[in-house]
Design a protein around this ligand. Structure first.
Ligand code: ADP
Ligand code: MG
Length: 323
């Protein structure tokens, strides 16, 4: 017998994630009832994952539950926000209990680890898709906006870039890579950089999370801030597999223009570098200085030999008037 909508919600999503005192009523009424703290601004974001577009139909549902939440928490991290509440819009073709159990398990584990409570949502029948709205808090005036970059600031990124992109090429196009298990975990189980985002409040000029590739996402910062940037290609942090791939093919599109990195890109006045190092000393989150913000608009990529690199991938000219 297939599960009713209310049984399904009660069984898998009624008590999902952290228990929070600011949730007066979560799942189970016409609307959630929340008590927002004073002196804080609310950051709200929504991301939808559609089967066949954003994930493979046979993806591990535990990983999918994790990722549906992780991509939203990554947006909150990029605002410097503390995550608090999420809602989940679930569209399901059927009620496969094994799938639901695994999906909710992956979702709940990351929610608990991040202190987030699932406070409501909507459940409908249709082609599989997952839409999450995440809400978090940031002290008034301290959010990391895209329009705060200033000429002379350093450009930084967390972690390594291109791992998820290379995993996709391996899985979709059969590109041969070493360490596919690691690359695949980076694609399917991104870790939102929440602690780094919070640490950057008050010291970073601006921040963005890298979901569409560094070139495109840094491009959003440059446009919003009306500035340019020059990056040193040899400073772009890459895992061994991505480094080997770039060395072998000369193709920088994997670390610079493929999606799903979910690392943070941020800018920082050069005299704040030591503050940053002090703040992240106890965090398991490497950060790398990759270039600087310029008055001249556009994004320039400097090769190790000093020459400019001209990307071949489409869409790049949008961000560089010189190409
Ligand atoms: P209504 O008909 O009043 O809109 P619903 O039947 O849609 O209520 O939902 C009942 C309760 O279950 C609500 O609290 C709603 O927020 C919650 N809910 C529905 N779907 C989900 C879901 N996928 N995840 C979490 N909570 C859900
Ligand atoms: Mg409803």
């Amino acid at each position: 017998m297939s599960l009713s909508e209310f049984d399904l919600i009660g069984r898998y999503f009624a008590a999902c994630g952290a228990t929070r005192r600011d949730v007066l009523k979560g799942v189970g009424d016409d609307a959630a009832l929340l008590r927002p703290p004073s002196g804080m601004e609310l950051a709200v974001t929504q991301d939808t994952l559609v089967c066949g577009v954003h994930f493979f139909p046979d993806v591990d549902p535990v990983a999918l539950g994790h990722k549906a939440l992780a991509v939203n928490l990554s947006d909150l991290a990029a605002m410097g926000a503390d995550p608090a509440w999420v809602t989940l819009g679930l569209t399901l073709p059927d009620t496969d209990e094994g799938w639901l159990q695994a999906f909710s398990h992956g979702f709940a584990a990351l929610a608990r680890a991040s202190g987030v409570s699932l406070i409501g949502g909507d459940t409908t029948r249709g082609p599989l898709s997952l839409s999450v709205t995440a809400m978090g808090w940031v002290p008034a005036g301290q959010a990391l906006r895209r329009d705060g970059a200033r000429p002379g600031e350093g450009v930084w990124v967390s972690g390594t870039l291109g791992d998820a992109g290379l995993a996709l090429r391996a899985l979709q196009d059969g590109v041969e890579v070493s360490g596919l298990d690691y690359l695949r975990s980076r694609l399917e189980r991104p870790q939102p950089r929440l602690a780094l985002g919070k640490a950057l409040r008050g010291i970073a000029g601006c921040a963005i999370d890298i979901s569409d590739g560094l070139a495109a996402d840094l491009g959003h910062i440059l446009q919003a801030s009306a500035v340019g940037a020059e990056l040193n290609l040899s400073d772009i942090p890459c895992s061994q597999a991505v480094e080997d791939y770039v060395a072998c093919t000369g193709d920088w599109s994997v670390p610079l223009a493929s999606g799903d990195d979910y690392e943070l890109c941020f800018t920082l006045a050069e005299d704040r570098s030591q503050d940053l190092q002090d703040l992240i000393r106890h965090m398991d989150c490497p950060v790398t200085h990759i270039g600087r913000i310029t008055r001249e608009p556009g994004l320039r990529l400097r090769q190790a030999d000093g020459n400019l690199y001209t990307p071949q991938w489409t869409g790049f000219e949008h961000f560089d008037p010189h190409v």
